[in-house]
Design a protein around this ligand. Structure first.
Ligand code: AMP
Length: 174
């Protein structure tokens, strides 16, 4: 088994959650396994090593769990892209359609310095709408996007098409 296959074996599939027809990829068994968690962070970091990433932007909420250790692995800082109403200071907001509903994400207007090199991170890319909204926030702030890293990619939903200008890497593909 390759390292990525070992990780895949730690992802539990839950049918019809949170809605009928959605096959939810539950990463909590992987997070519980110290070796798997370390491998996941290593494989997320690998394509972006030596790429001068200043800040990892993790997407609420499983993008926080992976994004913070990814930032440490790359010697970068971390900023959250949060659901609407959670951040205390002046924010920018983007709306988008999720695989299961409508959603809004916010970042602090001063979360990043203009020109900073940013890596987007989430646990999973499905249609790509969440990551595309986050990329719009980062670009509105004036930072530069180095790429986007996902633990899981649902290839059949072609989320990369929503991120045409962005270098996308994923560890486990379905
Ligand atoms: P999307 O915007 O369609 O790419 O959806 C990605 C976001 O929704 C990520 O934050 C995921 O955590 C979550 N998500 C979408 N589909 C699934 C799924 N089948 N299993 C687990 N999480 C999902």
């Amino acid at each position: 088994m390759t390292p990525a296959e070992r990780l895949r074996a730690r992802i539990r599939e839950v049918p019809d959650f949170p809605r009928p027809g959605i096959l939810f990829k539950d990463i909590t068994p992987l997070l519980q396994d110290a070796a798997a968690l370390q491998t996941a962070v290593d494989l997320l970091a690998e394509p972006f090593e030596g790429r001068a990433v200043d800040t990892v932007v993790g997407i609420e909420s499983r993008g926080f769990i992976l994004g913070a250790p990814l930032a440490l692995a790359l010697g970068a800082g971390f900023q959250p892209a949060r659901k609407a109403g959670k951040l205390p200071r002046e924010t920018l907001r983007e709306s988008f359609e999720l695989e299961y509903g409508n959603e809004q994400l916010e970042m602090h207007r001063d979360a990043l310095e203009p020109g900073q090199r940013v890596l987007l991170c989430d646990d999973l890319i499905a249609t790509g709408g969440t990551a595309a909204a986050t990329s719009r926030l980062v670009q509105r702030i004036g930072a530069e996007i180095v790429g986007a890293g996902f633990l899981v990619e649902l290839e059949f939903l072609d989320g990369r098409r929503a991120l045409p200008e962005i270098e996308v890497h994923s560890v486990i593909r379905y």
